[in-house]
Design a protein around this ligand. Structure first.
Ligand SMILES: [Mn+2]
Length: 336
């Protein structure tokens, strides 16, 4: 059995007040895992609350049936006496990635535990619950229900289904396993409705979001003989369309649908905040290394980091960094 179960059990055994959080710009997996985990903690008799740095994007509000996801507000600390709470972080092990709420909380919380499926947390494996083979944080949360002999309610089943659907790219990405389908089968039996959830997430876009994506796609530049496509998401694009930053971030997946493209890069910046780089690849092109060197994290085929350079400098640098991999690849190719 994965050591994460014992670690979590030991952590929970001496803590009754818990804040649950996830990364900033929360996605279907982070949010789904939070809603289900909050239910699980309540079933275990804990006093738990969900507190995020950013609001729930509109298309995910259907999951938050009881409006239990709170957004951090520096003027109104929540929960009161947050200093008596432990923090459990879901779907990231890159702690600054939790965002503004953490800069407040880390001074007051008693301690912290991580439940995650991303790479890059090697120093945290021993004492947390990090399972990089899992398709999603939601898949891990489902397994924790099983560990405690608990059954998710309809609300939690729908949240976990959404998390797994999102993080597997609708059951297509490499970590989609037979176990993923067993879990999905059970969640469907518990009432999660595949078409309803699909419609909510993928056929529910605002026109502003569509126009933002149109702008991002129009910014595409092709490099290295068609092996890489790089695009931009700028504060100006967000302002002029009225769409939100997370809605633009999803565009990164489109270049990989093109024949021969093995690397997709999105250089992005919200109206406020740092320049960020997201990278998606196919095959052996390991972008987790590039992310780690730059202080970020992620998986071999999906990683990112925050840049300390300007937008244009970051753009040039990441093109070179990806190019270095192609050069290395050619050197290693047989017969050369
Ligand atoms: Mn995830």
């Amino acid at each position: 059995m994965h050591r994460g179960y014992h670690n979590l059990d030991a952590f929970l055994s001496s803590r009754d007040k818990i804040i649950i959080s996830t990364h900033e710009s929360p996605d279907g997996d982070g949010l789904g895992a939070e809603i289900a985990f909050n239910e699980l903690l309540h079933k275990l008799g804990k006093d738990s609350v969900i507190l995020n740095s950013d609001p729930v994007p509109g298309k995910y509000t259907f999951m938050d049936v009881d409006r239990e996801i709170r957004v951090f507000d520096p003027a109104h600390p929540f929960p009161e006496e947050s200093g008596r709470y432990a923090l459990i972080v879901l779907d990231t092990n890159d702690i600054p990635n939790i965002g503004p709420s953490f800069r407040h909380l880390h001074n007051v919380i008693t301690d912290m535990f991580i439940i995650d499926h991303h790479e890059g947390g090697k120093d945290k494996l021993e004492s947390n619950f990090i399972k990089v083979e899992a398709s999603s944080a939601s898949e891990i949360i489902y397994s924790i229900f099983q560990y405690y002999g608990l059954v998710p309610s309809f609300k939690a089943a729908q949240a976990l289904y959404t998390g797994i659907l999102f993080d597997t790219g609708s059951f297509r990405y490499p970590k989609t396993s037979p176990e993923t389908f067993r879990i999905i089968s059970h969640l469907t039996e518990l009432g999660a409705h595949p078409y309803t959830i699909y419609e909510r997430i993928y056929e529910n876009n605002e026109l502003s979001s569509f126009m933002l994506r149109a702008g991002i796609l129009a910014s595409a530049e092709v490099h290295y003989g068609g092996k890489m496509i790089i695009m931009r998401l700028t504060p100006e694009m967000i302002r002029s369309t009225g769409a939100s930053f997370p809605e633009g971030e999803l565009s990164i997946n489109l270049p990989l649908t093109v024949q021969g493209v093995v690397a997709s890069v999105l250089v992005k910046q919200d109206i406020e905040g740092p320049v960020k780089v997201s990278m998606r690849t196919k095959g052996n092109l390991d972008v987790a290394e590039i992310a780690l060197v730059n202080g970020g994290g992620g998986h071999k085929n999906a990683a990112g980091y925050k840049s300390s350079l300007s937008f244009d400098e970051t753009w040039k640098k990441v093109i070179q960094e990806i190019g270095a991999f192609f050069e290395q690849d050619e050197k290693n190719a047989p017969g050369s």
